[in-house]
Ligand binder design. Structure first.
Ligand code: PLP
Length: 365
């Protein structure tokens, strides 16, 4: 750090130049984040100094967090769900597995996760000393039900299913896997970090949320399809009391116990998420999801017309292709199997899709 501070002008001119090095979302098809909604940005700025790590100092913001959780709980068919706002899917998944582990007092516990699971589960299992039993997928990249049955044993502390897989956009057979979890009395976590704000607005969808009695917890990220400011995830539990096993004493704060992973927690993105979900309502979110799904279908149709077949028909707005080329100027990613992976986020409009297809057409020729 310099001895004498710099002028604002100098700093902001430097910041602008640095910011210009970043990509804009215009040509990014590889991200599960998007431009935040203007309403989210406005609310975020209004709550910029709030800290939910000491909620007694910010009772208003704490109330907003409760309202956010209540809205999400209602959307997931359980208004009485407990929860809190996390920094995103990774933290929510770690916390869910912490609870699963604490509820099962056995030596060498294991958790069963699909091979499609996000790498946050590798982190969680490493931190928690859990054996990660990764089970194979079926031909459509969904968690294979029989493999789950075969993997369960007396040391299984948790089963995880994914709603909206990161790589292929699939929804696992949550009801069937939930039956296995229910029959064996195993904590059942649904990672809907991406799909939690997509699935409720899809026209034909099998139950996947708290409407399935064995679902114990759900991760959902407003900072993905909720168009909220980063960082905003949420972990919801069917039984709010289950958070108690994570409590630690916090003697010098305004609350005497805390179950969260982070200490200092930003209230700003919580206000952002609350505001944008309230602003859009189910009708607005539904329109966004339907636009993203339409763009997904159009991209698949366009890619196939160039001879690049889909890897699978996705359940949510993630399209993957057997396509070795990477169109110049665009950001796409690759799945572990080598497929081209694209995500049709709200910034990936119909015009963006057409322009992407044009570049593909040029590379193809
Ligand atoms: N779970 C799923 C299904 C995801 O797709 C992601 C991120 O893409 C995560 C968890 C992790 O979320 P975050 O990056 O917000 O921690």
């Amino acid at each position: 750090m310099k001895e004498i501070g710099s002028s604002e002008e100098e700093i902001f001119s430097y910041l602008s130049s640095v910011r210009e090095e970043d990509l804009t979302y215009d040509r990014i098809l590889s991200s599960m984040c998007t431009r935040p909604h203007p309403v989210a940005i406005r609310a975020h700025m209004q709550f910029i100094e709030t800290n939910l790590g000491d909620p007694g100092l910010f009772p208003g913001t704490m109330g907003l967090e409760d309202e956010l959780i209540r809205m999400l709980g209602e959307l997931f068919h359980h208004a009485g769900a407990g929860g809190y706002a996390t920094s995103g899917g990774t933290e929510s998944n770690i916390q869910a597995l912490r609870i699963a582990k604490k509820q099962k007092s056995v030596d060498h516990p294991n958790v069963i996760i699909p091979a499609s699971a996000h790498f946050s589960f590798d982190k969680a299992c490493d931190m928690l000393g859990l054996e990660m039993r990764s089970v194979p997928l079926d031909a459509n990249y969904r968690m294979d039900i029989d493999s789950v049955s075969n993997a369960v044993d007396a040391r299984t502390a948790g089963i995880v299913s994914v709603v909206g897989t990161t790589e292929y956009g699939m929804i696992d057979p949550v009801r069937e896997i939930g039956e296995i979890a229910g029959d064996n009395d195993i904590f059942f976590h649904v990672d809907a970090a991406f799909g939690g704000l997509v699935a409720p607005f899809l026209p034909k969808i099998a139950p996947w949320d708290f409407s399935i009695p064995s679902v114990s917890s759900i991760s959902v990220d407003p900072h993905k399809m909720g168009m909220s400011t980063i960082p905003c995830g949420a972990l919801l539990l069917r039984d709010p009391a289950a958070f108690g096993c994570l409590n630690v004493d916090t003697p010098y704060l305004t609350v005497k116990k805390e179950c969260t992973l982070a200490g200092t927690r930003p209230g700003a993105p919580v206000a952002g998420a609350y505001a944008v979900l309230r602003y859009l309502g189910c009708e607005g979110l539904s329109a966004i999801v339907s636009g993203c799904m339409e763009n997904t279908r159009r991209l698949i149709e366009g890619m196939e017309a160039f001879g690049y077949p889909r890897a699978v028909t996705p359940d949510v707005n993630v399209a993957t292709f057997d396509c070795p080329i990477t169109p110049s100027g665009w950001r796409v990613s690759r799945t572990r199997q080598g497929h081209m992976r694209t995500v049709q986020m709200p910034h990936v409009t119909r015009d963006v899709v057409e322009s992407f297809l044009e570049t593909i057409g040029e590379s193809h020729a």
